[in-house]
Design a protein around this ligand. Structure first.
Ligand SMILES: Nc1ncnc2c1ncn2[C@@H]1O[C@H](COP(=O)(O)OP(=O)(O)OP(=O)(O)O)[C@@H](O)[C@H]1O
Ligand SMILES: [Mg+2]
Length: 503
């Protein structure tokens, strides 16, 4: 038992318990705080929190405090190797007050970072009795030695930290499960999960809430891969037609000769291969929504027929004289400059005006960098599950790379990039090299605007700056918030939103 209850230690423990119950999403910050408190209360010069990677049978430094903290983080420790490795393998605490003469001590890291410890205290992080990591304190201040009392206190802190990790892991796996269930639910009907973080996309979604209630045609505009199809889904899902069919047609993907029959259906004998009557997509979408993608590729011959559907809600099947009546809402999208097609006479102006009642422009990804971390995280979770790997997230460098890249292929390119990174990535964190981004400055040919726009540049600056001040303050968030002259809660939100990590 602890010899006497130290009031400061006791209060710190209460503080930490409260934090564990409130801020379990930001696990790294929480562990940093627990380690800081443990180190301060047991008067150590340096401290590390290592976690077990079961697949690789090694420990990696999740948090490392002290003057050599950032250097130490480049190393890993094999199971059973060194003092931390021994603690992990035996699931037992150890006090070493003469490190120099201790056989277990691994001199390699100490020599490489030029920090030879004299005294050490290391305790296991236990979750359901299994060792998931190790906390070690190095060099008790004022040339003192670690006592049994220090060890017992550190074990209590380690229990708190293990509890926090357990909560965070549960939370994460529940979140993953919710996301995958949501996706399953949507996938059944072919819908996607929609991620929206940037003010501009949130604004567009609000606009869609209003647009969805009407039956007006909507023309979605924007570069390839910005998410036009996902916006069309959202309009349908937020409309009174949500429980009825949502039928997609890519006008560019179906050969011109088949498109009429595909859209409007045919009767038996209408053409050589028409061996029976067939419903078209418009009939299939009755009482729901038709989404015509790549509308700029709709042949002129079919444009007149589509105009009639919009105006009179009727059409004839191929080979038939009798009219079919349908109740569909029409959504269209294009990445072409449709006005210039109208000017060239390749697109009927009367149809254009009917389709363009409500034009919605989706900006490219490089103009809304706030969406990048959120989308990247979303795709990481998706492909992490598919590749059955255990990535924790992106390294700061990788995130910076993604934020400063211009993404000419927009969200689709980001998605492909992360899928590839999940397949080839080996580390716990996705590294910059895994992304394979050719980050050359990019000029938008049409607008002449630089790909590295001001917003993206400011975000990159924010990450760098906050990281630097955090480093100067040994990742103590309270001190950092003071130095930055902002609220601690705001700092903690920035850390989470910008995925800032100590690496
Ligand atoms: N906001 C978003 N949230 C989640 N995924 C998104 C989002 N926007 C786009 N995506 C994903 O990016 C990919 C491209 O989106 P989408 O097909 O909607 O783009 P598009 O604008 O229709 O492209 P194209 O002009 O090439 O047809 C899809 O796989 C989609 O799931
Ligand atoms: Mg599309």
């Amino acid at each position: 038992m602890l010899s006497k209850i130290d009031k400061t230690k006791f209060n710190t423990l209460i503080e930490i318990s409260a934090l564990i119950n409130s801020d379990y999403r930001n696990i790294h910050a929480l562990l940093t705080q627990i380690l800081e408190s443990a180190s301060r209360l047991c008067q150590s010069e340096a401290a590390s929190l290592l976690l077990v990677n079961h697949i690789r049978q090694e420990l990696y430094f999740e948090v490392a405090l002290g003057s050599k903290g950032s250097a130490v983080k480049n190393f890993t420790v094999k199971f059973g190797e060194g003092i931390a490795g021994w603690v992990a393998a035996h699931n037992k605490s150890i006090i070493v007050n003469d490190v120099e003469n201790e056989k277990l001590h691994l001199k390699k890291i100490a020599v490489l970072v030029n920090y030879p410890p004299k005294t050490m205290l290391a305790v296991p992080l236990r979750l359901k009795n299994e060792c998931i990591g190790v906390i070690e304190l190095l060099n008790k201040k004022d040339n003192m030695v670690f006592s049994r009392d220090d060890c017992e206190w550190l074990e209590i802190f380690a229990n708190q930290a293990a509890l926090a990790i357990g909560n965070a892991r549960n939370f994460e796996s529940v979140q993953d499960e919710i996301q995958s269930l949501k996706q399953e639910l949507h996938k059944d009907k072919g819908y996607h999960v929609f991620i929206a973080k940037s003010p501009v996309i949130k604004e567009k979604l609000e606009m869609i809430e209003r647009v969805a209630k009407t039956d007006s045609s909507v023309l979605l505009l924007g570069e390839s891969g910005v998410g036009k199809e996902l916006f069309a889904e959202q309009i349908h899902l937020k409309s009174p037609r949500a429980d009825n069919p949502f039928v997609r047609v890519n006008c560019a993907a179906i050969p011109e000769g088949l498109l009429e029959s595909e859209l409007f259906g045919h009767i038996k004998g209408a053409f050589t291969n028409a061996i029976s009557d067939r419903k078209g997509r418009f009939e299939a979408a009755d009482s729901g929504t038709v989404f015509l993608d790549e509308i700029g590729d709709l042949p002129l011959s079919l444009q007149a027929k589509l105009l009639r559907v919009i105006q009179q809600k009727t059409f004839e099947k191929v080979g038939s004289d009798s009219s079919v009546k349908v109740d569909v809402r029409i959504l269209t999208a294009t990445n072409k400059d449709i006005e210039s097609l109208v000017e060239k006479g390749e697109f009927r102006s009367d149809l254009y005006y009917r389709l363009n009642v409500l034009p919605i422009y989706i900006p490219p990804l490089r103009q809304r960098p706030e969406d990048i971390p959120e989308l990247a995280d979303f795709f990481l979770k998706k492909y992490r599950a598919e590749t059955k790997k255990q990535f924790s997230g992106f390294s700061n460098e990788a995130m910076e790379e993604m934020l400063s890249y211009s993404w000419p292929g927009n969200v689709r390119e980001l998605q492909n990039c992360i899928e590839r990174a999940c397949v080839i990535g080996k580390n716990d964190w996705i590294q910059k090299a895994d992304l394979f981004i050719k980050n050359t400055p990019y000029l938008d040919e049409q607008s002449g605007e630089s790909g590295r726009n001001l917003k993206a540049a400011l975000t990159v600056f924010k990450i760098h700056y906050i990281q630097q001040i955090l480093k100067e303050n040994h990742w103590n968030q309270t001190e950092t918030a003071k130095a930055l002259d902002i609220q601690r809660t705001y700092l903690s939100r920035l850390i989470r939103e910008l995925s800032i990590k100590e690496n």
